[in-house]
Design a protein around this ligand. Structure first.
Ligand SMILES: C[S@@+](CC[C@H](N)C(=O)[O-])C[C@H]1O[C@@H](n2cnc3c(N)ncnc32)[C@H](O)[C@@H]1O
Length: 212
């Protein structure tokens, strides 16, 4: 691999503990896609949660529990993680991995299309102070709208893969996923309800704080 800032950062901060290695092994064993967050992104999530000290974290897209471990592992005693996942079998793997990591009592999985479940959680009066968006890219703008409804003032919203392999700023790319991420990033940059920034970490992270 040619040395560039990604490799340099990965070499310094890309190490994984046993719990995270277990997630990757279980994903491989079950034939699930290898699309967990990069270790550097996981580390960043963990640091953000440690600083913010949220009570109610919402994760959209659980897969095998990699980001779930980084989020739940950084929570204080009373904090909890609600993880939205389309696939029942993936959520079962994630739950097993968080349990092995000693975090089983910190997480609740909500199975099915995330948008629909966010609507139900909103109707039930649930609120969240930290969101991690990492599911189907076409729905990122919808997830952001729903997150803003479910958010308490000061809530943090983080979304992964917002550079889409640098295709977001290639005007020739018209794929639905990329167009949706462009819309999402524009919303994060320009919506008066949130102050945000984009970080070129791994495949891009857009991070915002809901204005009080
Ligand atoms: C990139 S993976 C999540 C990786 C995970 N955040 C991690 O780093 O460990 C995306 C996940 O979103 C889920 N997903 C896709 N569409 C969804 C939807 N409409 N509602 C809920 N989850 C969805 C997929 O099944 C997959 O597990």
């Amino acid at each position: 691999m040619a040395l560039n800032h990604d490799v340099y950062i990965h070499n310094l901060f890309g190490n994984e503990d046993t719990a995270l290695q277990t997630v990757k092994e279980s994903i491989q064993k079950k034939g699930m896609p290898s699309i967990s967050v990069q270790p550097e992104v996981g580390r960043f999530l963990s640091i953000l949660v440690s600083i913010k000290k949220p009570r109610n974290v919402m994760e959209i897209g659980a897969l095998g529990g990699y980001s779930g471990i980084m989020l739940a592992g950084a929570l204080e005693n009373e904090g909890s993680l609600t993880s939205l996942e389309l696939e029942d079998s993936y959520a079962a793997v994630a739950k097993d991995n968080l349990t092995k990591a000693g975090l089983g009592d910190k997480v609740k999985y909500v199975i099915g299309p995330a948008l629909q479940n966010m609507e139900s959680l909103l109707s039930a009066g649930q609120q969240y102070d930290f969101f991690f968006i990492d599911a189907d890219k076409v729905n990122y703008p919808n997830y952001l709208e729903m997150a803003l409804k479910l958010a308490v003032p000061g809530a943090v919203i983080v979304a992964d893969n917002t550079l889409q392999g640098d295709r977001v700023f290639d005007e020739n790319v018209k794929e639905d996923n990329v167009e949706a991420i462009r819309t999402f990033n524009n919303m994060m940059a320009n919506d008066d309800r949130i102050e945000s920034i984009m970080l070129p970490l791994c495949d891009g992270l857009t991070v915002g704080r809901v204005k009080p």
